[in-house]
Design a protein around this ligand. Structure first.
Ligand SMILES: Cc1ncc(COP(=O)(O)O)c(C=O)c1O
Length: 479
């Protein structure tokens, strides 16, 4: 175990000096509500972390030893006791332009004062149309019809439903199967966990969406360990689609969905030629190809989308996160003209797609998105990511000799450092690394025994050095 003096991360409201903004009297229930509602008495305690049921978090452990941030600026978060934390993960792969970007913050403030909300069911507002138009300036040629959602998970559900609706609209209702991939993360809704490939996320949630099968994942440390950029070995894994076609017949398969670079399961970079082969096979068998670009979109690889980086054009792209620098929840699907126009032309009903969300194209999210695209362009952030990528690669691979490291992977401004799992206690070593890095002023992300990195595209070289030095120190101090 690493030995260090532990800083106090307790939030201000748990410390004696804290004065609640509202008086305790307003927060605590009245005598009559106490008699009427015992549960309220418990949930309205002001100084408690109990009420918020945190996602993908060991709640009990976190609340016993909380890590709280109260402010952010540029490359940094700040804890409640004022410590800067260098953000090595862009929040959750999403704050591409850096935190509290002034232009984006201003745009949200302005939009909130003009049009707080307007739905987009049979009513429109200009920002949604403008933002959709602007996005098509970034999406690959031909993928210029935009459906808005509010998250990556919803973008995935939308894309899967659009794929099925398209097959039906062109007279192929039997093409209903969806093919995902092992170790894929496509969010947490039922479609996403069904095509997704993480056992833990599926376990206990019933039989999943029907008609789904999976390709094998492409992670192969035995052949590809410490590859810089795309691995040499594994393009042939795309041929597994041929086997699924033999099994199910192409006439039953609607779409294949993959992350061009799998992020959440530990930075799995596609082998050279793999995505091209998948595209060829999808075209050959008349199957739609969906790229889930929730992480790879908006400059993460030094190009607008991974589709550009790999020069492979899918039929649908899902996006979210950096779409508006993660300031207001938003996601989107970019559909090809073929998919969109077929659906519209062959609809049997005036409404062509029975799908959408109350918050689809929310004015604040669109305003933030427009400002974000301006910032990306003005600061040349995609180019900057491409320029920094070789430095990033060298810095990461300098950790090859650090303790416990069994593989390092990188592409664009993404990095993965795989650790040898501790015998009998998988994931524990990485979790300890996460905690120790935070205590040393660095935010990393860990998934299984893998450290996943994805800093804001505004990162400086000296901050890349800081990330690598901190991780080296932490790993060398861990059992
Ligand atoms: C590839 C991919 N798809 C979908 C999602 C889900 O996005 P959200 O958490 O916004 O629902 C994620 C989240 O990390 C992701 O990485």
């Amino acid at each position: 175990m690493l030995s260090h003096t532990k800083p106090d991360h307790r939030p201000a409201f748990l410390t004696a000096a804290y004065t609640p903004r509202r008086s305790t009297a307003t927060l605590l229930p009245t005598a009559s509500s106490q008699t009427n509602n015992r549960i309220m008495t418990q949930t309205l305690r002001p100084n408690s972390l109990d009420a918020f049921w945190m996602p993908f978090t060991p709640n009990k452990a976190f609340k016993a030893d909380p890590r709280m941030v109260v402010r952010a600026d540029g490359m940094f978060y700040f804890t409640s006791d004022g410590r800067p934390i260098l953000d090595g993960t862009s929040g959750l792969w999403c704050v591409a332009a850096g935190h509290n970007q002034p232009k984006i913050v201003d745009a949200i403030r302005k939009a909130a004062g003009e049009l707080d909300y307007a739905g987009n069911f049979n009513l429109g507002h200009p920002l949604a149309f403008e933002f959709a138009n602007r996005l098509t300036g970034l999406t690959p040629d031909g993928l210029d019809r935009i459906f808005f959602s509010n998250s990556g998970s919803e973008s995935v559900e939308s894309a899967l439903k659009i794929a099925l609706a398209y097959q039906r609209a062109r007279g192929r209702p039997n093409k209903y199967r969806l093919i995902g991939r092992e170790r894929a993360y496509h969010g947490v809704n039922f479609g996403g966990i069904s095509v997704g490939g993480i056992g833990r996320n599926r376990l206990g949630f019933g039989p999943m969406v029907g008609g789904v099968d999976h390709l094998p994942h492409t992670h192969d440390i035995a052949r590809n360990a410490f590859t810089r950029g795309q691995p040499e070995h594994g393009a042939e894994l795309a041929d597994a689609l041929e086997r699924l076609v033999l099994l199910h017949d192409a006439s039953t398969i609607a779409a294949v969905i993959v992350e061009p670079v799998a992020g959440s399961t530990g930075v799995l970079v596609p082998p050279k030629g793999y995505l091209q082969r998948l595209r060829e096979l999808c075209t050959k068998h008349d199957i739609l190809l969906i790229f889930d670009e929730v992480i790879t979109g908006f400059g993460r690889l030094g190009a607008p989308f991974a589709s550009h980086y790999f020069d492979v054009s899918p039929d649908l792209i899902t996006m979210a996160k950096a779409i508006n620098n993660a300031t207001v929840p938003m996601g989107a699907v970019a559909a090809s003209r073929e998919v969109h126009d077929t659906l519209l032309a062959n609809s049997e009903t005036p409404i062509e797609l029975f799908h959408g969300y109350t918050m689809t194209g929310h004015p604040l999210a669109c305003a933030a998105g427009l400002a974000t695209l301006d910032v990306f362009k003005e600061q040349r952030l995609f180019e900057r990511a491409a320029e920094l990528a070789p430095y990033w690669e060298n810095a990461l691979h300098s950790l090859r000799d650090a303790r416990h490291v069994i593989d390092i992977r990188n592409l664009g401004l993404i990095g993965g450092i795989e650790l040898e799992p501790r015998t009998g206690k998988p994931t524990l070593r990485a979790l300890e690394a996460f905690r120790a890095c935070f205590d040393k002023g660095l935010l990393i992300r860990v998934t299984g025994d893998i450290i996943a990195l994805s800093p804001p595209l505004i990162i400086e070289k000296s901050q890349i050095d800081q990330i690598v030095d901190t991780i080296r120190g932490v790993l060398n101090g861990l059992d």
